[in-house]
Design a protein around this ligand. Structure first.
Ligand code: DX5
Ligand code: ZN
Length: 227
């Protein structure tokens, strides 16, 4: 089955961002760019001008994870800039359905992210407007945190819904994904994996991606939801 590894550049060297992105080109399916506004989350990273510049200079498609307030206003701009995928937080959107439509209309895949404290059940009816749901496996805001395995129940619920309805919606996990945790994620139903420190805090990011991919492939091939 097809799955995707999306290294998060939050753990890369921000002084050499383009070089850091190109280090994983050919190995990564996407590059995960964490946009934080110091309002929706207590951290500040980068915004649209830097994302535009990365899109222009980097060969790997950009997977934008917007941890910003007022997604309704700001999310479509990242799609217009040429990001392959734009994910907004449901907690930051007044009208999630409309945000997803706007992202798609601007030419990107639409993703919706859910914080650990948010129930997935309330948003199941939005899924048909989406290309991906991101289940956060840490509190959003920082790299290098411990994986929250209790969030995998949401991944399982979502996978059941997607399977029953025969939808083509990807399930992404983000936060604490590593060689120790990626198999549980794949087994629960995730098919798109963000890894920051597990890729960039290693000597060989390309080898780290290959190892993560092999573990995820093997786990999903023997999982309940792939059968
Ligand atoms: C956290 C970000 C993640 C972060 C993951 O809010 O959304 O993308 O970079 O970092 P690791 O993989 O180190 O937990
Ligand atoms: Zn992220």
């Amino acid at each position: 089955m097809g799955l995707r590894i999306s290294p998060s550049i939050l753990s890369a060297d921000f002084g050499h961002l383009v070089d850091e992105c190109e280090r994983v080109s050919g190995a990564a399916d996407w590059l995960h760019v964490d946009v934080m506004d110091n309002h929706f989350v207590p951290n500040l990273t980068l915004g649209l001008p830097i994302v535009e510049s990365l899109i222009a200079q980097v060969t790997t498609p950009i997977d934008c994870h917007l941890m910003i307030s007022d997604a309704d206003r700001w999310a479509p701009g990242y799609a217009e800039a040429g990001a392959a995928s734009v994910t907004f937080h449901v907690e930051a959107a007044a009208n999630p359905r409309q945000v997803a439509r706007d992202i798609r209309a601007a030419g990107a895949r639409a993703g919706m992210a859910i914080k650990p404290g948010t129930r997935i059940e309330e948003y199941i009816d939005v899924i048909d407007e989406l290309d991906m749901v991101l289940i956060m496996t840490v509190e959003p805001g920082f790299g290098g945190q411990s994986f929250m395995s209790d969030q995998l129940a949401k991944v399982r619920t979502l996978r059941e819904v997607i399977k029953n309805k025969d939808l083509d919606v990807w399930i992404q996990v983000d936060g604490g994904v590593s060689v120790k945790t990626i198999e549980q994620c794949a087994d629960a139903g995730a098919d798109t994996f963000v890894a920051g420190s597990a890729v960039y805090n290693t000597q060989d990011p390309v080898a780290a991606i290959a190892q993560l991919r092999t573990l995820a492939e093997t786990a999903s091939d023997s999982s309940w939801w792939c059968k």
